[in-house]
Write a protein that binds this ligand. Structure first.
Ligand SMILES: CCCCCCCC/C=C\CCCCCCCC(=O)N[C@@H](COP(=O)(O)O)[C@H](O)/C=C/CCCCCCCCCCCCC
Length: 218
């Protein structure tokens, strides 16, 4: 593959992420794991383009993506086609550590829960970006969204490291440019499409996990 093609493959594009979230839900509102994971893959491209300060966050997200991809491609992969089938399969077969860390540290349910909590951060952050003004500080928007969501699940040291990383986030104009959408009005309009889709995927997952008491998996 030529160098520029490889670079293009790594390039973030908000439209691509929007498309994966469009594909995420079946007509019966089941969440397709393949597209859920593809959404995160696209977002990690964005994170990587922001520099090595975000490496520790990207590494954790990639590890979790890889766990889910391995399950999807594994011998029981058909059980992992949707979030709903994954929860049923893993619970029916005792494949989830429910109350304390045990023999299944990398269950699909636990791994996806971590990304699910991050999805709430994403929803809050993108909504803040959508309604932001030219002089809004992305670092402040990101920190507010984080404190309202993911931070509640992180120990002090992770919160501290995340807070320091947010401080070096580029300003809104650069941020919007990296999204590869076009002028700011188009970015805002695309965010207006993306947020409700992300929000729906989040809500369906939250309800499913609540129904099965899976929201506090260790
Ligand atoms: C549309 C473009 C604009 C937004 C682009 C956003 C790009 C974000 C891409 C990826 C987000 C990273 C998702 C991080 C998942 C974190 C999962 C987690 O909570 N892991 C912790 C617990 O895991 P276990 O130990 O229980 O296995 C783990 O301890 C975390 C370690 C790393 C620190 C995570 C900090 C998360 C901050 C999220 C904000 C990302 C900032 C991106 C700035 C644009």
């Amino acid at each position: 593959m030529a160098g520029s093609e490889a670079a293009d493959e790594q390039k973030f594009c908000l439209q691509e992420v929007l498309d994966t979230y469009r594909l995420c839900l079946s007509p019966e509102k089941e969440v397709y794991l393949e597209h859920y994971v593809a959404g995160w893959r696209g977002l990690v491209k964005f994170l990587n383009s922001l520099g090595s300060v975000f490496g520790f966050i990207s590494k954790d997200a990639v590890t979790k993506i890889q766990i889910l991809v391995a399950l999807l491609n594994g011998e029981n992969g058909s059980q992992y086609s949707t979030l709903q089938s994954m929860v049923k399969y893993e619970l029916d077969n005792g494949l989830v550590d429910l109350t304390k860390r045990g023999p299944h540290p990398d269950s699909g349910c636990r791994t996806l829960l971590r990304l699910h909590r991050a999805l709430r951060w994403l929803e809050l952050f993108l909504e803040r970006l959508r309604v932001s003004t030219e002089d809004s500080k992305t670092s402040a928007l990101c920190a507010e969204a984080y404190n309202e969501s993911l931070a509640q699940h992180h120990p002090w040291v992770v919160r501290k490291a995340a807070g320091m990383a947010f401080l070096v986030l580029p300003g809104r104009p650069t941020f919007f440019e990296v999204m590869n959408v076009g002028p700011p009005e188009q970015v805002v309009s695309m965010l207006g499409e993306a947020v409700p889709l992300i929000s729906e995927v989040y809500k369906i997952t939250e309800e499913l996990y609540a129904e099965h008491n899976l929201l506090d998996l260790p």
